[in-house]
Design a protein around this ligand. Structure first.
Ligand code: SF4
Length: 277
């Protein structure tokens, strides 16, 4: 899945939890509750910039949806009260003591989990009951949208934040570490964007000091324009870069000026693009 952006506190607290964690997001101005459906740390991508620590082994791939629902319910309840009286959340500014979102964003692609549909239903139910108005988000690489069990479950989410890091097949394979066909991702994005607006998250790294070349950026914009031209709705595009130590040290952050230039070029192409850096 795409990684969530802009966390000031990267620690995963609530260490006793198996699936649900919380981080404070300054940009979202509040607590972002994360749901990790990949405790085994497996992903169908192998992005060289991935920041999941795979040096320490993961756990069972099985997701106990009952436990997940309980952890999420408890955290939503605690966010209304005692969560803020203990470390590290007692240091959070008073105006940030609110739940900004619940996001399926863990140590792999959430839709690969067998339990994804049941987990999505359970999270939606907990959110409706204990956090009405809090957006439920899915961060995904869109590789499985064509599967009926996945597509049907997308309806449980308020927002779909979909990864698109490339404009061409070779660059897609390079930056996302996969041999999956690029066309599948593009077709899947279109399939769903025709039904409802999607948000696109695009990470651009420097590789051995160099960012994507102008032709690649142009192709990336073209792919997004093609989705729109074919009736897909792209709400906006989030342009960002590597934030923390990636698995491959050749991948480093792209400088802010270059990110702004990429976003500006996307805007000139008719897209609503914002930089998160
Ligand atoms: S390998 Fe890529 S898609 Fe998978 S978790 Fe890491 S960054 Fe996300």
């Amino acid at each position: 899945m795409a990684r969530r952006l802009d966390f000031e506190d990267h620690r995963r607290d609530l260490a006793a939890n198996r699936y649900v964690y919380a981080v404070v997001s300054r940009r979202a101005r509040g607590l972002s509750i994360g749901v990790n459906l990949n405790p085994d740390k497996l992903c169908n991508f192998d992005c060289p910039y991935c920041q999941v620590d795979r040096a320490t082994p993961g756990e069972s791939s099985r997701v106990d949806v009952g436990v997940l629902a309980r952890e999420l319910s408890e955290l939503l309840l605690r966010a209304g009260g005692d969560l803020w009286s203990g470390a590290p959340f007692d240091t959070v500014a008073p105006e940030m003591r609110r739940v900004a979102d619940v996001a399926f964003a863990g140590d792999g692609e959430p839709t690969t989990a067998r339990e994804f549909p049941a987990a999505a239903r359970a999270a939606r139910e907990a959110r409706d009951r204990l956090g009405p108005g809090v957006p439920l988000r899915l961060l995904t690489n869109a590789t499985l949208f064509h599967k009926e069990r996945v597509r049907a479950a997308l309806g449980e989410f308020d927002d779909l934040w979909c990864k698109l890091d490339a404009g061409t097949e070779p660059y897609f394979h390079l930056v996302d570490g996969t041999r999956l066909p690029f066309r599948r991702v593009l077709d899947n994005l279109l399939l769903v964007a025709r039904e409802r607006p999607i948000v696109v998250q695009s990470l651009f790294p420097a590789i051995d000091g160099a960012g994507p070349d102008d032709a690649e950026v142009g192709s990336w914009i073209e792919r997004l324009r093609e989705i729109r031209a074919q009736g897909g709705r792209v709400d906006h595009v989030q342009v960002y870069t590597v934030a923390r130590a990636p698995s491959d040290p050749r991948f480093t952050p792209l400088d802010r000026g270059r990110l702004e230039a990429i976003a500006e070029r996307a805007r000139r192409g008719g897209l609503d693009a914002v930089v998160y850096a």
